[in-house]
Ligand binder design. Sequence first.
Ligand code: PEP
Ligand code: MN
Length: 362
Amino acid sequence: MTLKIDINPIKAWLPNISNPLLISGPCSLETEEQVLETAKLLANDKRVHVYRGGVWKPRTRPGSFEGVGSIGLKWLQMVKQETGLLVGTEVANAQHTEEALKADIDVFWIGARSTASPFVVQEIADVLKGTDSIVMIKNPVNPDAQLWMGAVERVHRAGIKNIVGIHRGFTPFRETKYRNYPNWKTFIELKRMLPNLPVICDPSHIAGKREYLSEIAQKAFDMGMDGLMLESHRDPSVALSDAAQQLTPANLGKLLDKLVIRYENTDNPDFENQLDILRNRIDSIDTELLEMLSSRVGIVKQIGQYKKDNNVTALQINRWTELMENRVNTGREMDLNETFVKILFQLIHEDSVRMQTEIMDD
Ligand code: PEP
Ligand code: MN
């Protein structure tokens, strides 16, 4: 399903943007000095567009730093006046949203825990109704593209057109090197359903550790994402939340210098011609693949009939084990990914058994 709703491109609210959208700032606003010093350092780097900072912090367990609260909104106003950057914060209920609206905050983001709750999203959308706010929606903590899309729709139905998705990874179900596993396919699914929704990546919350930020940020550009949200702090070692994943503004600059920015298209006609030639070849190979699968089906059906006539079962486990081993080995010799070959032949085999049992039940 593809939903064509009128969501604005980033350029609609940032007309001078010429590089990917970049949002940076501390995980949490802590003191006026920390907020302003970090903001001034970031504003010196012209690649930064939006200053972020959490005022109300959703912490996994109570008792840790839960944000400075409303006073932080005043500091964000100061940042806006002194640096000219747009400012954004997380809102997680109607009261946060009302206060942030009053404080003239430009970007409201809905956190991963909130996106997972349609009631919360609706409550926020109701307050924003009729404003021209910029609303960013993080993926829900569980990899559910429909739930993520539902949140976008709720905000859009409140008349908001300036919407951006933020991919921040998903709660891992087993130990991984990252804090939240990226599961890029959920992002792809969201883009398939909402092709004109700009989506940026939040490598900080995916990584959990500074050392992994650049590989995730590069992957985001390789996947054609529209920008990044990266946490930064004047001195990450003393940060009150997410200390291990924040960068100094100087190190943020260094990280950005190394990233290769990719575009979905280029103006280079040679590239287009060459790409067309290669794509035509892929198209004909795919047709051949389908033709081969179709002749395979013909033989599978013949075998099904033959088994039926001889009272032999559709599923013969020995044959299946042998076939699988053989295909995986052959695939490996051809440099094909083992898991891919396994899954492919599992699907092919499942469908063959299905067809043969149908023949038998006829
Ligand atoms: C954050 O951006 O600081 C934050 C709490 O993010 P998330 O909702 O992605 O956990
Ligand atoms: Mn954080």
